[in-house]
Design a protein around this ligand. Structure first.
Ligand SMILES: NC(=O)c1ccc[n+]([C@@H]2O[C@H](COP(=O)([O-])OP(=O)(O)OC[C@H]3O[C@@H](n4cnc5c(N)ncnc54)[C@H](O)[C@@H]3O)[C@@H](O)[C@H]2O)c1
Length: 437
């Protein structure tokens, strides 16, 4: 059953859930799909994803195409568009290559740099990047600015789904933009909550939060996402915007808590991992205490900062989490300096992506570690089995041979049974030899 947290936290069951499901895809009433559209329009696509060549848009487009929908991608990145149309993923995502190849050869997925594609589909999902700037300020105008380039191509009767993580209030801002243009378009906010590397599993297993101000927007978004997942949770747009930021800030603060515990234990000469294992063993109330490690990537830090900015920079927990998580590479280097004559040593950094098993280096703390070590160590060599975008990286055997000291910065499974006689810093306890530094 669909449900949503009502105004007073109770569960709602929208009556419309029993409406006849709308058909999508090639067989859906010839080429016309009129799922809730106010005017009958000949849609040649069911969904267009703006920013659909990215880490979130690509899996979503593939998942919809895999469900039989006719999907278009509009993206400004020419090289990625070419790759997608040649059935190549622009980045690694497990399980995505096969359905992408199927969709491209069936003609159900096509990518383009032409914004006019937007007018082809009843449902338009917007999932472009929303980074904070170099001063850590979120940019509430990022989505409106990106939309300004293609808004002229929107037509009456469409459903616009904002899916990027946005500064609270952006959905209302976009609704006003659409109104000013005189278009009759439902605007909703449906946050993406997948983790990279698990996108295609989680798109069809996680509940979908739908933030809509209008009943018709809520029901149309529910129908669309019901094609992917079984559970829909209805909120108001601003509630949904905050829900997404709370989700990421919560995770970021949890990692910071573990990292601070690690610092406390390590500073008094104890192994945090031994203590953590003791805490969580058969003790459900602490089962979610994570291990220590670099908490990085394009989302957690940035969304914690968005939330802080939204709350006039009154977010003590969030700011503390940032100091702890971002400070971990510096702490490690300081500890190494206490134990070794770092300036005369060659340090090998193992793992440059922001998380295990990924080729994504965005906001990876491995690069912060590299920068600090380049300043304070004799030499720094880096390696990663997944990352192809950084031509300075070396093969693992070269790094193992030349480095005096190794730091596992990303817990890639390949490093778990690393054979080396060099000292290894492993705050993740990947090698099961403790985390003391
Ligand atoms: N990466 C994640 O794991 C994750 C998870 C949940 C939510 N999010 C959120 O999803 C959003 C997208 O993140 P991402 O990691 O996919 O970013 P990304 O940078 O990988 O992808 C963004 C895509 O949008 C395209 N683009 C940028 N501006 C455009 C424009 N004006 N018109 C059309 N295309 C444009 C880019 O070329 C790129 O292909 C962000 O708001 C992010 O916070 C990300």
């Amino acid at each position: 059953m669909p449900h949503g947290a009502g105004a007073h936290g109770r569960i709602q069951h929208p009556g419309e859930a029993n409406e006849t499901p709308i058909a999508y895809g090639p067989g859906a009433g010839g080429s016309a799909v009129t799922a809730g559209a106010s005017s009958r329009v000949q849609w040649t696509k069911d969904v267009v994803v703006i920013g659909g060549c990215g880490h979130v848009g690509m899996p979503l487009a593939i998942a919809f195409a895999d469900r039989g929908l006719r999907v278009g991608i509009y993206d400004i990145c020419e090289s990625a568009v070419k790759q997608v149309n040649a059935a190549q993923l622009p980045f690694d995502e497990p399980g995505a290559a096969e359905p992408l190849a199927r969709a491209i050869s069936a003609g159900t997925l096509v990518a383009s740099t032409d914004p006019a594609l937007v007018r082809e589909a009843e449902n338009v999902v917007v999932v472009i990047g929303t980074p904070v700037d170099e001063h850590l300020n979120p940019d509430p105008e990022a989505i409106p600015r990106a939309l300004a380039d293609c808004l002229q191509h929107f037509v009456d009767g469409q459903l616009m789904v904002l899916r990027s993580t946005v500064f609270p209030g952006v959905t209302a801002l976009v609704e006003r933009m659409v109104e000013r243009l005189g278009r009759k378009i439902d605007v909703v906010f449906c946050p993406e909550r997948i983790a990279e590397g698990r996108a295609l599993i989680e798109l069809v297993s996680l509940p979908q939060i739908v933030g809509a101000a209008s009943r018709s927007g809520a029901m149309r978004a529910e129908r669309l996402f019901r094609l992917l997942t079984h559970e829909i949770i209805h909120l108001q747009p601003k509630e949904a915007e905050l829900a997404k930021l709370f989700t990421n800030a919560w995770r970021y603060i949890k990692f910071a808590t573990a990292n601070q515990f690690f610092l406390i234990a390590n500073d008094c000469g104890l192994d945090f991992e031994r203590i953590r294992v003791a805490i969580i063993h058969d003790y459900p109330r602490a089962a979610d205490l994570p291990a220590a490690g670099f908490a990085a990537g394009p989302c957690l830090f940035k969304d914690t900062m968005q939330l802080a900015a939204f709350n006039d920079n009154n977010f003590t927990l969030g700011h503390s989490a940032m100091l702890i998580n971002e400070g971990l590479p510096l702490y490690l280097v300081n500890r190494l300096e206490q134990r070794y004559d770092l300036a005369s040593l060659c340090v090998g950094i193992l793992g440059m992506s922001f998380k295990a098993g990924s080729d994504d280096t965005r906001s990876s703390l491995s690069y912060k570690l590299r920068r600090v070590l380049q300043f304070r160590a004799g030499r720094v060599l880096c390696t990663d089995p997944y990352v192809r975008s950084d031509t300075t990286l070396l093969p693992l055997p070269t790094v193992l041979a030349q480095a005096d000291l190794l730091v596992i910065a990303t817990p890639h499974p390949q490093y778990a049974d690393l054979r080396t006689d060099k000292p290894v810093v492993d705050v993740w306890n990947l090698r099961d030899q403790g985390v003391r530094v």
